[in-house]
Design a protein around this ligand. Structure first.
Ligand code: PHE
Length: 451
């Protein structure tokens, strides 16, 4: 019989541990600042509705596929695709490129979060609210480098401890803490004077802002938010026990992820609304919302300094658990490919990330004249991974599973731990029809949007 618990790479000791670790990967910066502004931009309640439906269908099918691939092959992403089909090893390589690109710049942003946390903790929150604070901070290389290193090494310390003693143990502490914090802050901001106006703006469906763009934006967000198409769920799936029910875990992970995203909106939208006097442009996209607008909001809010510290702890935890999963995906590839120990593979991952991350740091300071297709390094890494490589990986995964080996390949794996899979038809429709169409639309829209 296949040995499923004592794999040399480690495994999750409990289903809860796995669900929390995967939810830790899913819940990240994407939930906390990206989701709220997208919801505000694309029609409030209608965006929420579209997103929830997509999470329960599209997200469910893709996440189930990835976790099942991992558990069935027990390999990191490169080995996994090769095991499914000899000629498809290339897909594993493309998927592996994504965490290698994302991890460094994600850690740079994690460093920015630590800087803000530190600034509010030492009681200098009013400085963070001054105009020019953010651009001044990222415009000089030294401090962003120091905070980036802190974040990178903190993540590495947990990953080096291993799957059970590091990732699982920390997720079991950090994820409940994150949930308590976000619920507390949401209740607080909703009791602010005038918050109901903002709340209405957030949840009331605005049909005029609904268009195909709403769906494309929701699919794009879903991808990123559920950490799909980058080998992470394949990697985590390879540490899951054969008796754990995959579809049930996927439901729990996506629910956790979606609830946190919705709660983040409940914090940010009413708060920004109240303190900007209903100015929608205050909900602008990009880093400016979290690093410029929110510090100003905290400045005006009663007990704002304290709430700001809690908020940045929340964001830091969310970013940390996501970064752990990104690093783990890279480490598992290196250790499998070269047969290196976890420690050695982690050191190599840190070294690569240091180089790529410094490019992102310097892109705003000493190398700010260097642009790649009109973008700074960080934006370029973000664009190429999210808008180009990930949709390609998802599209080809659908082709491989839906057409080449057939959806039964995944279904057999799911039936190992359950004897009913009522959503089977849904799974098939998604993988064989809906997901590929969505991916093609996303790819086309990113290409025409930028070229
Ligand atoms: N899912 C994370 C988020 O919502 C982002 C992420 C992307 C995490 C890639 C890991 C890997 O922020």
């Amino acid at each position: 019989m296949e040995d499923m618990t004592t794999s040399p790479k480690g495994s999750f000791s409990s289903k809860l541990g796995f669900v929390l670790a995967a939810a830790g990967s899913a819940v990240g910066l994407g939930n906390i600042w990206r989701f709220p502004y997208l919801a505000a931009k694309y029609g409030g309640g209608i965006f929420l509705l579209v997103y929830i439906i997509l999470a329960a269908t599209f997200g469910f099918a893709l996440m189930t596929t990835e976790i099942a691939i991992g558990r069935k092959t027990r390999k990191s992403v490169i080995g996994a695709y090769k095991t499914i089909h000899e000629n498809w090893a290339f897909l594993g390589i493309i998927a592996a490129v994504v965490p290698i690109i994302i991890f460094p710049y994600y850690s740079v942003i994690g460093g920015w979060v630590l800087k803000y946390l530190f600034t509010f903790m030492i009681g200098s929150g009013s400085k963070a609210a001054e105009s020019g604070f953010f651009t001044n901070f990222i415009g000089h290389a030294f401090q962003p480098t120091v905070f980036f290193l802190f974040f990178l090494l903190g993540t590495a310390a947990i990953v080096i401890l291993g799957v059970e003693k590091g990732i699982e143990k920390f997720s079991k502490i950090l994820m409940p803490a994150l949930l308590i914090l976000i619920v507390f802050i949401a209740i607080y901001t909703l009791t602010l004077d005038g918050a109901t106006e903002g709340l209405k703006y957030y949840v009331k469906p605005d049909f005029e802002s609904f268009s195909i763009k709403t769906v494309v934006a929701a699919v794009g967000q879903l991808f990123y938010s559920m950490s799909l198409a980058m080998g992470i769920m394949v990697t985590y799936g390879s540490y899951v026990k054969k008796e754990d029910d995959i579809k049930q875990s996927v439901r729990q992970i996506s629910m956790f992820d979606t609830i946190v995203a919705i709660l983040a909106g409940l914090i940010i939208i009413p708060a920004v609304f109240v303190f900007s006097g209903g100015d929608k442009s205050a909900l602008n996209a990009g880093p400016s919302l979290m690093f410029i607008t929110l510090p100003q909001v905290f400045q005006k809010m009663p007990a704002g300094q304290f709430i700001a510290v809690l908020f940045f702890i929340l964001v830091a935890l969310a970013a940390l658990t996501s970064a752990i999963s990104l690093m783990e995906a890279v480490v598992s590839i290196i250790s499998e490919k070269f047969d290196y120990s976890r420690l050695k593979s982690s050191i190599i991952t840190v070294a690569i990330s240091l180089i790529l991350g410094l490019l992102s740091v310097f892109g705003y300071s000493i190398m700010d004249k260097v642009l790649i297709i009109g973008m700074q390094f960080l934006d370029f890494f973000d664009y190429i991974s999210n808008n180009v490589i990930m949709p390609i990986v998802a599209l080809l995964t659908c082709e491989l599973i839906g057409v080449v080996v057939g959806p039964k390949y995944i279904e057999d794996e799911i039936y190992l731990s359950t004897n009913h899979f009522r959503a089977r038809w849904l799974f098939r429709t998604m993988i064989c029809n809906f997901c590929p169409i969505c991916m093609i639309v996303i790819l086309i829209s990113s290409i025409i949007g930028y070229v």
